[in-house]
Write a protein that binds this ligand. Sequence first.
Ligand SMILES: Nc1ncnc2c1ncn2[C@@H]1O[C@H](COP(=O)(O)OP(=O)(O)OP(=O)(O)O)[C@@H](O)[C@H]1O
Ligand SMILES: [Mg+2]
Length: 483
Amino acid sequence: MVAVKFPIAYRVSERSWWLRYLIATGFVLVALILNFLPPAQNLPFLFFFGAVALTARVCGFGPSIYSTALSAIAADYFFLHPGTHWGFSLIDILRMLLFASVCLLIASLAQQRSKAQRASEMNQARLAAIVQSSDDAILSKTLDGIITSWNKGAERLYGYTEAEALGKHVSLLSPPELPNDIPMIMSKLRSGDQVQHHETTRIRKDGTRIEISVSVSPVHDLAGNLIGASTIARDITARKVAEETLRKTEKLAATGRLAASIAHEINNPLEAVTNLLYLLRKNPSLDEKGRKHLSFAEQELERVAHISKQTLGFYRQVSSPSRIDVARTLESALSVYTHKLEGRNIRAETKWESGTEIQALAGEIRQVFSNLIANSIDAMPRGGTLTLKVSKSHDWGNGNRRGVRVVIADTGSGIAPAQQSKLFEPFFTTKRDVGTGLGLWVSKSIVQKHEGFIQVRSSVRPGKSGTVFSVFLPESKPASVAA
Ligand SMILES: Nc1ncnc2c1ncn2[C@@H]1O[C@H](COP(=O)(O)OP(=O)(O)OP(=O)(O)O)[C@@H](O)[C@H]1O
Ligand SMILES: [Mg+2]
């Protein structure tokens, strides 16, 4: 059934009274003219009934009573008797009363219908306003997945305007790595099921990924046939990031507790080894080479003790920042790896500039260099070149601060672009069995504590692969490093 709507009705019935009565007069006049046409001669009142019904719907109840009266007068004068004169006999008055009653009945029915239609249209308008102003993305689609409606929330969430989205397939929003997600939702819908709070990833117009929670419900027509689906999607990217951060923090806290208990356990053997090394140093039969190895062993042991204290959490920053020569510190960190470099056929090239002194915590800076060198060695299992450079530099971006720049470059495997953004995250490692994924994270924290920065460039192009880490450390004692 086709529903005839009179949108003008509300506008007219809400306007001035004289306009409504003028329109009512117009309807009756038209009915009068139509009544003179040959087909209406046998049913003279038909068009008047129509005029009254129209008046009720378009102009309201008052004008419809007026048009009833007007129609009754016109019918009496023009049609009840041959010729044009008034009929006042009892039968004429009864006929007029009957005519007026039918008109009033029609008017009241038409008025009721208008009210119901008006209520329904207002309801629809209210619902449409709610959908439009919703923060959530609300869209509807056919069973084939063609988008048929698209609210402002969807525009904001996905970046496509309504005009761009309408008529397109919903797979427009599907990231290539999830090709089965939308077909799975559509097949559930076709079998009449709902999809509730399904968490997934979608792709925006600008190519960025968003995490959403989506609920999809089937839409039926009045006869109960499944004709499409409505989708409500909510951006949960911020919640996901918060969850991920919490997960990492919990992982870190657990690791911290574990590390603290391990550190506690290794403190005693550590002390024993320190004493043994001390006794070894006192041994007069130790030759020069042995002494050199011994002093390396002592340095490394000191570092282990330092890390153990830090991990335990009762490290009281006993060491204070001192003036260190960055080139010497890097050289000393490199010397520990001499055997490893030889064993792997890695050539080390060094270029030190003189006067590269800064105020810093020597042990921590050494740890940074050691981590970066160890990573470079790991990246060159079949040999290569390790280049280390130290030079005086400036941080151009931040008030032209003076400092030292350290470059540690290798000709190793390189780091794939997809992995570069994760490098400094805790626990990110590609060395499944041997790496903890904490090396770069710790290094970055130390460099940032010294108010410096660390950058990476890397290439995986065959024949030209390699990685360059560069570290800037400011010359003056940063406030973040306690005195
Ligand atoms: N010079 C490099 N060349 C190639 N990949 C590198 C290089 N430096 C770091 N990486 C990559 O970054 C990852 C993270 O390094 P990071 O030092 O944080 O952890 P790790 O070396 O895996 O473990 P560990 O905690 O023992 O250092 C490495 O697993 C490796 O994939
Ligand atoms: Mg490492």
